[in-house]
Design a protein around this ligand. Structure first.
Ligand code: SAH
Length: 499
């Protein structure tokens, strides 16, 4: 039985500009073939054992030609795989999707086309340029600029293009911009007609150059603007001055490395992306259950004796209640215990489970909890502290000084994920990271371990941001100088400080 092929448009760059259907195809694929312009973030949604094949063209690397690519798709499908072929923009707009589909058809392999958001429309949109506009432009035309108009038998009809009043959008045209603009003028377009060239639209590398048909080629040369870029000719270009939005976002153009666990990263990433930043997730910490349950089970067995349950992390809350459930202990047994959460995120996790939290310290650190409970804990009170194996001892010690009987339980462990030093170094070198975020001491410590002492100079031009003083101290002690520190020790506080 042969498998199935999805020819999927992955959008112009911003990874969120993919369709729901396209994303589903990534999630269910056994094999993914992808081009150079595909945002690598999209591949993170794939199955764990997926086979990914890079078929983009790159200098110094073997690149596949179209026949080879079509053959790989066919052969993988004939072996019974679900094959997702990811293409930039839309698969049928200068994407050679038609050729791939024809070969599949000939070989009776089932396929579907999943249209995508083409760069022809979305890249202008991110630059504040509507391709049509009432009373300004009533049509738009998408043209390949790949073909040199000087060549003898150009299939482009410049006579017709020269007469068009609508918006002209050239893809793949940057190399030929001199002859494109010359020819448009030669065949009747006004030399003063506005033109925009947009490179890597919808990404942190987006750059917009504007000019007119008579001077745009010169400007492109001056700025050394390279592919991928589109050329837009028409009066609508003027609207880019009135409607800038994407490159006006406060973190536009900034690349931020997020080092939290895979599951927790998204919250921080989303906030940064909302503000226009681009994020790269590289988890330096992984959370795993402590499989030795003796201590926690004993504590839960006598849960009613505790006057206070103190949670120092969202993970602690999750693992504690999961264990309660496993042991079939009803949460009503907690009715006499007071609840303390180290900060708002932990408190919210408790709220979401139906609890009203009794206390949150003013400063979201261990010392803050001790300060807050000073007058609340009585001599001999039992206190349960379900937390990570690496938690700082100061909380337990502080509570003991207040006279409490503290049961301090490793309910989960933090480890360093399987890592590739090479991958991190490549990200730091190639992806031009502006900011690295550390949301805990362990993210900083593990980052340092992964990077390797000898590669510290890679951080020289990067801004390091920390969630609070404890994390900052860990990083600084390792010689990674923190430049930004949150005032409020939360994710929101960190984002605020970065802003
Ligand atoms: N199928 C794609 C186009 C493939 S041809 C689509 O529908 O968008 C490749 C050309 O698309 C590039 O040479 C460039 O002209 C344009 N392009 C793709 N992504 C772009 C981006 N993010 N910014 C500017 N131009 C882009």
């Amino acid at each position: 039985m042969s498998g199935k092929v999805y020819l999927v448009g992955a959008g112009p760059g911003d990874h969120k500009l993919i369709t729901l259907k396209g994303l589903e195809c990534i999630k269910k694929a056994d094999v993914i073939l992808y081009d150079r312009l595909i945002n690598p973030k999209l591949l993170k949604y794939s199955k764990e054992n997926v086979e990914t094949i890079y078929v983009g063209k790159e200098p110094n690397a073997h690149s596949y030609n179209q026949e080879e690519i079509s053959q790989i798709i066919l052969q993988k499908a004939l072996k019974g795989n679900i094959v997702t072929r990811l293409k930039g923009g839309d698969p049928f707009v200068f994407g050679r999707g038609g050729e791939e589909a024809l070969l599949l058809m000939e070989n009776s392999v089932e396929f579907e086309i999943v249209p995508g958001i083409t760069s022809a429309i979305s890249v202008p949109a991110y630059a504040g340029i509507p391709v049509t506009h009432r009373n300004v432009s009533s049509s738009f035309h998408v043209i390949t600029g790949h073909e040199d108009p000087q060549k003898q038998h150009s299939s482009l009809n410049y006579k017709a293009l020269g007469a068009l009043k609508g918006t002209l959008i050239f893809l793949m045209g940057i190399k030929n911009i001199v002859s494109i603009s010359d020819n448009l003028i030669k065949y009747g377009q006004s030399p003063k007609r506005p033109v925009a060239v947009i490179r890597r639209g919808t990404t942190a590398d987006q750059k917009i150059l504007t000019g007119t048909l008579e001077n745009i080629a010169e400007k492109v040369k001056e700025h050394g603007l390279k592919n991928p870029a589109i050329i837009i000719v028409g009066e609508v270009v003027k609207l880019s001055e009135l409607l800038p939005w994407f490159d006006k976002k406060p973190l536009f153009g900034k690349r931020v490395l997020v080092t939290r666990t895979r599951t927790q990263a998204s919250k921080l990433s989303e906030k940064i992306e909302e503000l226009g930043g681009e994020t790269i997730e590289f988890p330096t910490i992984e959370i795993v259950e402590n499989h030795d349950h003796d201590d926690i089970d004993r504590a839960i067995g006598q849960i009613e004796k505790y006057k206070w349950l103190i949670f120092t992390s969202v993970n602690g809350v999750n693992y504690f209640f999961e264990r309660m459930k496993k042991l079939s202990f009803d949460i009503r047994l907690l009715k006499n215990a007071k609840l303390c959460a180290i900060g708002p995120a932990t408190a919210k996790e408790l709220n979401d489970r139906g609890f009203v939290v009794d206390c949150i310290p003013k400063e979201y650190v261990a010392e803050g909890i001790v300060e807050e409970l000073k007058d609340k804990i009585e001599e001999g009170d039992y206190v349960l502290l379900p937390r990570a194996d690496i938690a700082r001892k100061s909380l337990e010690e502080g509570l003991k000084k207040l006279g409490a009987n503290v049961d301090n339980i490793d309910i989960y462990r933090t480890t360093i994920p399987k890592y590739e030093r090479k991958e991190l170094i490549e990200i730091l070198k190639e992806r031009k990271i502006d900011i690295i975020t550390f949301t805990s001491s362990s993210t900083a410590k593990n980052f340092y371990t992964i990077l390797g002492e000898n590669n510290k100079e890679l951080l020289d031009n990067i801004t390091l941001a920390s969630i609070g003083p404890i994390t900052s101290k860990t990083a600084n002690d390792l010689g990674m100088k923190i430049n930004i520190e949150a005032k409020e020790f939360t994710i929101d506080g960190l984002v605020e400080a970065i802003l």
